[in-house]
Write a protein that binds this ligand. Structure first.
Ligand code: IMP
Ligand code: MG
Length: 333
């Protein structure tokens, strides 16, 4: 019997999921950590033993000696995967814990070329070949892990046996989902927590859904909801600098805006998050800027406590049974 805890992004990615999953993985309560969607378009930042690590595809269980699964809904660029394995091995981690679903699809170099040529400019993709690979999957012309003899011989193929207590690590976020995001400014996979069931368990096996957001919004990549003019706002620039809002995967500067509470509430309701963690409260405090959009109006608060209370009250008034926590620490909740 599997009992699943799902951590996922409530916004546009970059919410601090890596911090939350690594703290949960370190708790010793989980016997498996799994990724269910995306590829190396993601970027996870993990602090361990005073050191900062960056991964793109490999789940954070490997930092804590826990079997780490890349699920059937993921896509893998093989050379990038091996580079990541090398990086983790040379940092002293046991990479034999990493397993990949035989059903996962392979990102080919031609997918990357196609992404760079046809998508990256107008959609601001990460140029990792993600959309062309998922397109090939949908068109039934894709190449799967189980089709590649050398990969099978390397011992990375997962036997599809799930642990009893599994932690599912989301990638990207609610508003980048194919169905819920601002299409076509979306990624190519299911970022909502129900997508985790593609790992091979039933929705009935989910015991906890933890949504991660930030106290302000950020967007890497093109999106008409995040116009370029946001770069010209001094306050938002201050937040971007204090919050180091640069992409882990692409190095691009992220567009920053005040928290959109209407969108956050919608994401909580649709996804069914029963816990919500709002990161980077410390950045608002450092900047001394306490604003958010609600009912399409910009609201301003005297200090962080007033802003937190407003968020709590308004999420509760929608009758969502959600625990809300605010975090002011880059390394833990
Ligand atoms: P793709 O996933 O590379 O096709 O990119 C599609 C959109 O999703 C672009 O706007 C990217 O910037 C965005 N995106 C993809 N992965 C991430 C992520 O991990 N964090 C933030 N944005 C992402
Ligand atoms: Mg990320």
């Amino acid at each position: 019997m599997t009992d699943a805890t799902i951590v996922f992004g409530l916004a546009w990615g970059d919410e601090g999921k890596g911090k939350v999953t690594s703290q949960l993985a370190a708790s010793g309560k989980f016997d498996m950590v799994c990724r269910w969607a995306g590829g190396n378009n993601a970027g996870h930042t993990i602090y361990k033993g005073g050191k900062k690590y960056k991964t793109h595809l490999i789940p954070s269980g490997v930092f804590y000696g826990i079997p780490s699964i890349i699920g059937p809904g993921c896509v893998i660029h093989w050379d990038s995967f091996l580079d990541e394995i090398e990086y983790l091995k040379s940092s002293g981690f046991d990479t034999s814990l990493v397993k990949i679903s035989p059903r996962a699809h392979i990102v080919l170099d031609e997918h990357i070329e196609d992404d760079i040529r046809n998508l990256s400019n107008h959609l601001g993709t990460t140029s990792k070949g993600i959309a062309p690979c998922y397109a090939a999957k949908a068109f039934r012309s894709g190449l799967r892990v189980e089709d590649v003899k050398e990969i099978k011989e390397m011992g990375f193929v997962w036997d599809e046996i799930l642990g009893e207590k599994i932690l599912c690590e989301g990638a990207q976020g609610f508003w980048l989902d194919m169905d819920w995001g601002n299409y076509p400014y979306v990624t190519s996979s299911t970022t909502l927590p129900y997508g985790a069931c593609s790992l091979g368990f039933s929705p009935k096996d989910v015991s906890s859904i933890i949504g991660i957001a930030k106290m302000y919004d950020t967007r890497s990549g093109e999106d008409p909801d995040f116009p370029i003019s946001l770069f010209e706002n001094e306050e938002l620039e201050k937040l971007a600098n204090l919050g180091s809002e640069f992409g882990v995967t692409t190095g691009r500067r992220r567009k920053v805006n005040y928290l959109n509470l209407d969108k956050l509430i919608k994401a909580i309701r649709v996804s069914g998050a029963d816990s919500v963690i709002l990161n980077k409260a410390d950045i608002l405090e450092k900047a001394n800027i306490f604003k958010l959009f609600h009912n399409n109006e910009l609201k301003q608060f005297k200090n962080i406590e007033f802003m937190k209370r407003y968020i709590r009250n308004n999420i509760w008034s929608y009758d969502i049974k959600t625990n809300i926590r605010f975090s002011s620490n880059p390394e833990k909740i």
